[in-house]
Design a protein. Sequence first.
Length: 92
Amino acid sequence: MRIARVIGSVTLSRAHETMVGLPLRLVEVVQAFDDQQQMVFDVEQVVTCDLLATGEGELIAMAEGPEAAQPFRPEIKPVDANSAAILDSLEV
């Protein structure tokens, strides 16, 4: 699980039939913390499935890989990243 910040929404013009109506968000991944304990964001951006109704600027815990599709079982959805939790505060 990685920490990321929501930076926008993703809209699809065409989608797999199991993905229709599923909200998607664009997030930037936290790479590290600097000397002042501020988050340093990576250039990596990931599209996540969003079942939590996150807003722009919010921090999330992001599940990736097979674990990201677990909330949809027994349905099979082609999901590789999922927002697992909204982080209200973070202490390092």
